[in-house]
Ligand binder design. Structure first.
Ligand code: UD1
Length: 342
């Protein structure tokens, strides 16, 4: 029997590449498109090293309407996991139009390209839509708050666009996954997060500091109303997160959800910045050079997810702990220092 094809946009990116590996393991045929603006074609070779399979890959910019339409028609795509988007919060504040242009044109072109074909669609959303929730853990029915950044706004508006479209298209089924904080790398250390320039996110900054690429990490704030004063997040291992996409796709195929649904994808546990640093030091045996600095504008104080809905309806649950997140992130940083991927 031929394998079910799944289009993975942004499939050479951090979460995309891990999802491609899990799709192959689950017996699907992933088809990657990526414009490589924030990743490398070498990731396709890394995926092959892990899986023994060379996935179909085409460099394509979803902002190119004609090329997108041709590609979707040619490959008879009916399953899509859409990662391709700009995602740097600070950059989105500095260049809002470029974020709205890229993230919406690409999504609209992709949706238009499907024509009248029945499609299952998994969308990368973010817990950023909740802002600072009043109640923790935050559940999917908590109010969406005005976005703190154009990046966050693109996620909120995209969710609304998708929901509106499902209302008038019975054969278009969508699951939006609201990720908490993805960290870690594949157990093989052959793929992981590949920040371009100075990392904005905590874990790559930790590993780059430990390996000597950065001098020192700044902890953004120690005067929050949390047990140790630093911010709290729900860190989720990227491999667990990748598996959530396969669970979502299967739920769509089996009509287990309504034709538009949203799920939190996290561990359900809140962990502070200082706890992350401590876990890293324990696992790596390295003493991390860090200082306490001022708060970072736009940071929420604390957030972690209510994750029962994904467990009940998707049959998915995070399995990997903080130690494994740190171990794999550190192994990946060490691999990169010997095998640079640019
Ligand atoms: C941010 C976005 C989130 C987005 C995600 C994508 C905000 C409010 N949230 O998550 O919407 O989906 O990036 O990557 O911008 N920290 C330090 N020192 C550092 C870096 C981070 O102390 O050098 C702290 C932060 O203050 C925060 C935690 O580490 O408390 C996690 O930060 P980060 O990894 O940047 O993720 P978020 O800000 O939670």
């Amino acid at each position: 029997m031929s394998k079910v094809k799944v289009l993975v946009t942004g499939g050479t990116g951090y979460i995309g590449s891990h999802t491609v590996v899990e799709l192959i393991a689950a017996g699907y045929e992933p088809i990657i498109i990526d414009n490589l603006c924030n990743s490398s074609a070498k990731i396709v070779d890394q995926i092959e090293k892990i899986t023994g399979v060379v996935p179909v890959f085409q460099q394509l910019d979803l902002c190119d309407e004609q090329a997108t339409r041709d590609f979707i028609q040619e490959h008879h795509i009916t399953n899509i996991i859409h990662f391709a988007a700009f995602k740097a919060v600070g950059e989105s504040v500095a260049e809002p139009l470029s974020y709205y242009r890229n993230n919406f044109y690409s999504l609209i072109n992709l949706l238009n390209a499907r024509g009248s074909r029945a499609v299952n669609f998994v969308f990368s959303s973010s817990c950023t839509v909740y802002g600072q929730p009043k109640q923790l853990p935050v559940a999917e029915d908590a109010p969406v708050q005005p976005a703190e950044s154009p990046y966050g706004n693109t996620k909120q508006i995209a969710e609304e666009m998708l929901r509106d479209l499902t209302k008038v298209n019975e054969n278009f089924n969508v699951i939006s996954l609201r990720y908490f904080n993805p960290v870690g790398a594949h157990a093989s250390a052959l793929i992981g997060e590949l920040p371009i320039g100075i990392p904005q996110n905590l874990v790559p900054f930790i590993t780059q500091t430990a390996i000597g690429k950065r001098e020192s990490l700044t902890v953004y704030g120690s005067d929050y109303n949390t047990p140790d004063g630093s911010c709290i997040r729900d860190y989720i291992h990227v491999v667990d997160l990748a598996k959530a996409h396969i669970a979502a796709l299967e739920a769509l195929q089996l009509n287990k959800t309504t034709n538009y649904d949203v799920f939190n994808i996290g561990t359900g546990k809140g962990i502070s910045v200082l706890e992350v640093i401590q876990a890293f030091e324990t696992v790596s045996g390295e003493k991390l050079n860090y200082t306490i600095g001022p708060r970072r504008p736009g940071d929420v104080e604390q957030i972690w997810g209510e994750v029962k809905k994904a467990e009940q309806l998707l049959g998915w649950k995070a399995e990997l702990d903080l130690a494994e997140m740190m171990r794999s992130a550190w192994a990946w940083e060490n691999y990169l220092s010997e095998h640079p991927i640019v």
